[in-house]
Design a protein around this ligand. Sequence first.
Ligand SMILES: [Zn+2]
Ligand SMILES: [Zn+2]
Length: 355
Amino acid sequence: MLGNAELVWKGYAIHDTKDWKNFKVIDFEPKQFDDYDIDIKIEYCGVCGSDVHTITGGWGETLLPVIPGHEIVGHVARVGPKVTTFKVGDRAGVGAQVCSCLKCEPCNTDNENYCPKPVHTYNSKYPNGDIAQGGYSTAIRAHERFVIPLPESLPLEQAAPLLCAGLTVYSPLVRNGTGPGKKVGIVSVGGLGHYAVQFARALGADKVVVFSHSPNKKDDAKELGATDFVVTGEDGFSEPHKGTLDLIICAADVSHGINLMELMSTLNVHGRFIMVALPDEPLPPIYAMQLSTNGALLGGSHIGSKKEAIEMLELVVKKGVKSYVEVLPMKEASKAVQNVKNNKVRYRHVLKVDI
Ligand SMILES: [Zn+2]
Ligand SMILES: [Zn+2]
């Protein structure tokens, strides 16, 4: 059995956002151990676009040194005296959030992912000043509320990317009514999009239209369950689908080159366009008149709640949703983040702890 004494707190850190390819192994101090805290000995961590935005400084200032990674899976090594839902040895995961105020309206309504005082998994500070470091490391400490139980039948490396990429698309699909009779569009097949297509089908959507800038993704899109494939680079791409879709989930992590107005013209009356990627740059300008033609709604989404994470994992097991992962040893974190930045991974890197 694992005990606290055996935990080693080491991680792959970036010390300068201008030198973001250069990970160095450092020792670090976890947050102070509290009554509801859980320590997890990490086995795998997925590589998310957020990691790249943070280590490159694309989202603004970064607390350095930073250990990124928020698709974390492993086994529980220690539980606080008030923890009731986990015991040492359990399979467990942590996504993009490790704490919140636990008291506000969002926190009390299974919307803790919208708490105005969140503690993110890395590049974040606890109210007492302790620094949160992420999962390119040997261990993580998180509040019980933010630790996700993992189904026994799900291999750990398959589970890891679900905790951010999967949840980030599952939550808005469900909250915006995906189900039988619905027609859903997914923009961009990548780490997020490859789950979005599968979840839309698993939730029962009749039609799933994939919009991609690259014709090369067609076979993958079909394999994932897409009913239609549209190359967005082609003139008039939206024409055949004008006014037909109930919902679009946009996972394109770019702002320039995304034809927002043309994509939104494929929505039906009061259809919704939800951004799930968070590009460094603002969205392209859009005329209010363009939104008015079909009464479309433009919105955002931020990861998902623990309740949704648990439901998502049940759906994954029940419907056989598959994570397309390429596993690398954690010492190759630099290669992994560069592949993510250059769109060279099909569709998620998962790092195996090697320190
Ligand atoms: Zn709160
Ligand atoms: Zn993420």
